[in-house]
Design a protein around this ligand. Structure first.
Ligand SMILES: Cc1cc2nc3c(=O)[nH]c(=O)nc-3n(C[C@H](O)[C@H](O)[C@H](O)COP(=O)(O)OP(=O)(O)OC[C@H]3O[C@@H](n4cnc5c(N)ncnc54)[C@H](O)[C@@H]3O)c2cc1C
Length: 340
């Protein structure tokens, strides 16, 4: 019989992030479908509140590696803690969130345990008592279904690909797994975290809405002039009000390199499409963008799509959007901002 171990690290405030709760729902569903035991393994400075947060997830045991040495991301300590948890649990399947921290450490743990690891898993399913993992290749254009006989099998689950575990909190009895780190495993220390101010951080994977800007925002408008400053005010105003995530077409983010008037808050990290990102949001609104295939392929995981373009024959009109408003995005978004 399989034993499933859910591994997660705590956040700075001692709780589990949404990405961990997404992976937990995959672990609980897989344990139910395989009739397999479920063990929780937590890593952090003090994991009790995280364990309490998921106390009612159905796990038979809560294991933890605690201590200041395990509070921050570091390959050596994360790998040692995960290896100890896997051994203590007797795990055959290990499910963890695909955070940068886990993605870095867990493939190495698979190597130490003689197992295998699959990263970027977007789906888990059980057929005829066999677990399959789905993941995308080649810029999200080919989907592979993977089954493995090698154990332990480590599966890193993409954030947002699973429903978030929403169970109630309780009180968990946590068993500590002792890990003593040699000095050679403590050479790396995190001295601080630098991140953009909240308003400058326009990529928000957890947002309900993806707001996409296209090159039309910087093109000459009906009066023969460009209105880049006004475009900036409208877009930034909308993002401030809605906390939507900001995406862009390639043409618009490329303009900076071509010396044209640009929207300063856009970088290639915002680019959606074949050579950009494939974000996951329940809804998407495209503005001043033509909706060509190399762009819209990045919309694959956006469930409900709307677009505003002046061109009634644009790509959005050809089946790429659920709703196309043939309208001036400056006028529409100004009105939307007034109403928001
Ligand atoms: C190999 C390859 C990879 C590529 N990868 C990507 C990728 O990853 N991502 C990507 O985005 N592109 C990619 N492209 C480029 C892609 O094919 C398009 O050129 C690009 O997406 C077009 O961007 P756009 O729609 O913003 O600009 P344009 O094609 O210039 O369209 C601007 C649109 O704005 C509209 N408009 C103008 N003013 C207004 C207004 N006031 N109100 C409403 N609408 C208005 C116009 O009607 C027009 O439809 C790739 C191309 C290739 C060949």
């Amino acid at each position: 019989m399989e034993t499933i171990l859910f591994i997660a690290h705590t956040e700075i405030d001692g709780t589990l992030a949404k990405s961990a709760l997404d992976a937990l729902s995959a672990a609980t569903a897989t344990s139910a479908s395989l009739a397999a035991g479920l063990v929780v393994g937590l890593i952090g400075e003090n994991t009790q509140s995280a364990a309490n947060q998921i106390a009612l997830c159905g796990a038979s045991k809560f294991l933890a590696v605690n201590g200041a040495d395990f509070s921050q991301a570091r390959y050596a300590s994360d790998a040692a803690a995960s290896e100890a948890l896997a051994k203590a649990a007797g795990a055959t399947i290990i499910i963890a969130p695909a955070t940068s921290r886990a993605n870095r450490a867990l493939p190495g743990v698979a190597q130490r345990l003689g197992g295998r690891a699959d990263t970027h898993a977007a789906g888990l399913g059980v057929t005829d008592g066999k677990l399959s993992v789905t993941r995308w290749y080649y810029r999200q254009r080919m989907e592979a279904v993977v089954q493995r006989t090698t154990r332990p099998w480590i599966i890193l689950v993409e954030a947002g690909s699973q429903p978030t575990w929403l169970g109630a909190a309780g009180t968990a009895v946590v068993e500590t797994v002792a890990v003593v780190l040699p000095d050679s495993s403590k050479r790396t220390t995190v001295t601080g975290i630098r991140s953009p101010a909240a308003d400058a951080q326009t990529i928000r994977p957890d947002a309900d809405l993806l707001f996409v800007t296209g090159a039309g925002w910087t093109k000459k408008q009906a009066d023969g002039q460009t209105h880049v400053k006004e475009a900036e005010e409208i877009i930034v105003g909308f993002l401030k009000k809605t906390r939507a995530s900001l995406g862009s077409s390639k043409s618009l983010v490329d303009l900076g390199g071509e010396g044209e008037a640009v929207l300063p808050f856009l970088t290639h990290l915002n680019q959606v499409g074949q050579t950009g990102a494939t974000p996951r949001h329940p809804k998407g609104l495209s503005t001043c963008c033509h909706g060509e295939e190399p762009h819209t392929v990045g919309w694959r995981f956006i469930n409900e799509r709307r677009a505003i373009s002046l061109d009634p024959n644009c790509g959005w009109a050809r089946g790429k959007a659920d709703v196309l408003y043939v309208a001036d995005a400056f006028a529409v978004m100004k009105k939307v901002n007034e109403m928001a």
